[in-house]
Structures are given as structure tokens and as C-alpha cells.
Design a protein around this ligand. Structure first.
Ligand SMILES: CC(C)(COP(=O)(O)OP(=O)(O)OC[C@H]1O[C@@H](n2cnc3c(N)ncnc32)[C@H](O)[C@@H]1OP(=O)(O)O)[C@@H](O)C(=O)NCCC(=O)NCCS
Length: 183
């Protein structure tokens, strides 16, 4: 199952994508914005791929502008719990040259809509570094909230050190029009 989009092409990760994704994930442009900042070895990367490639619990997709061959980023819904109807969401755009043009927002809306509609999720959560003001603003823009008393009751894993948990209820997803910059 793959998110559908009027602006972007999503596709699953394949073995041949691994060197590109490893280079992206280890680059300072991505690594330094993540709660887990350690350098990832090729062996660990391969283990990650084997653990997610046919898993029903973890969904990873490469995405890029429709009509362009090269993907620009990676998005996920992982740790999907059908029982609790929740999953952990996230995404990055690898090359900063593609950022701040609306692509991240468009891709995340597609991924979240997929989660709520196709996976029947009731909420998603994201772990975000406290210092990642861009990601905090990005998530807030889509309706994510930092935990309040109600959200404390939802069972999700504790965020890593220095990270915050933000939660988005299905009914609270903001629909934002694509930016003109993306045309
Ligand atoms: C977070 C990220 C995915 C945003 O993608 P993007 O395509 O640049 O974001 P968009 O252009 O769609 O912007 C959407 C909103 O995000 C926020 N945002 C994006 N860039 C921002 C910046 N440099 N400063 C402040 N807010 C910013 C704003 O709220 C923006 O809305 P606005 O344009 O109306 O102000 C991208 O910056 C990225 O990949 N960062 C590195 C990895 C990362 O932090 N991922 C999230 C880990 S939890």
C-alpha cells in the first residue's frame, strides 16, 4: 500500500536504494536533526532494511515530485499498532535545496491521510528534538500538539532523551493547500 498524491510520487524502498538512503541519513543535513544522531554503519542499515522491508508494522516510502525521476526524501509510518490504532510518523527531505517550498508539507499530508484512511489510525505521534524548531513548527502547522492531559493517556513509547512527543488526532489534521512555489 502506497500513499497517493496529486503532487508527488511515492514508492517503497528497495535494496538498490540503500546506499542513497544511508548517505542521506548520515549527512549532517539530516542526521543532526534526528533524535538518534549516531553514525549508521552499512551493516546496521542493512539490518534496518531487512526488518522493515516486508513488515506490516513499519511503512517507509521514498517520495519526489511527480514527473521527476529522483526521490527527494523518505517518509514513514512505523511501529503501527492495529490494536491501539496508532503509529509513529516522520519524514525528511534530504537535500536542503528542496526544502521550504512546500514539498515536506505536501508529502506529510499525503502520508498522514494514508495512515488515517487506509490504515484506519486514530492518531499518530512523532518524536522531535527539542532544538529542531523547524520540525516543531512544521508539525504544529499540520495540527500536531505536544502532550496535554488527554494525550498523556495514549499509550505510546517514551521519546528519546532531548526529544518531545507530538501527537495528531485524526480529526485534527489540518488541510493546507499546496504552495504556488511547487507548481
Ligand atoms: C522538516 C522538513 C521536512 C520540512 O520540509 P519543508 O519542505 O522544508 O517544509 P515546507 O516548505 O513544506 O514548510 C512547511 C512548514 O514548516 C515550517 N518550516 C519549514 N521550514 C522552516 C524554517 N526554515 N524555519 C521555520 N519553520 C519552517 C513552517 O511552519 C512551514 O510553513 P510556512 O511556510 O507557512 O511557514 C525539512 O525541513 C527537513 O527535512 N528537515 C530535516 C529533517 C527533519 O528535521 N525532519 C523532521 C524530523 S522529526
Amino acid at each position: 500500500m502506497i500513499p497517493s498524491s496529486s503532487k508527488l510520487l511515492f514508492r517503497p524502498v528497495t535494496q538498490s536504494d540503500l546506499p542513497m538512503i544511508l548517505a542521506w541519513r548520515n549527512s549532517d543535513h539530516v542526521r543532526l536533526h534526528m533524535p538518534h544522531q549516531e553514525w549508521i554503519t552499512p551493516e546496521r542499515h542493512e539490518r534496518w532494511f531487512q526488518s522493515v522491508v516486508q513488515s506490516e508494522q513499519h511503512h517507509y516510502w521514498l517520495f519526489g515530485p511527480l514527473g521527476s525521476e529522483a526521490p527527494i526524501g523518505l517518509a514513514h509510518l512505523k511501529n503501527h499498532s492495529p490494536k491501539d490504532r496508532c503509529a509513529e510518523s516522520g519524514l525528511y527531505i534530504a537535500d536542503p535545496g528542496w526544502r521550504q517550498q512546500g514539498w515536506g508539507l505536501a508529502a506529510y499530508q499525503d502520508v498522514l491521510s494514508f495512515g488515517f484512511q487506509e490504515l484506519s489510525l486514530l492518531w499518530v505521534y512523532a518524536h522531535i528534538l527539542q532544538t529542531n524548531v523547524v520540525s516543531l513548527a512544521f508539525h504544529s502547522k499540520l495540527g500536531f500538539q505536544t502532550d496535554g492531559p488527554l494525550l498523556q493517556k495514549m499509550k505510546t513509547p517514551e521519546p528519546p532523551p532531548q526529544a518531545l512527543r507530538m501527537v495528531l488526532l485524526r480529526a485534527q489534521l489540518h488541510q493546507i493547500k499546496p504552495q504556488e512555489k511547487m507548481e
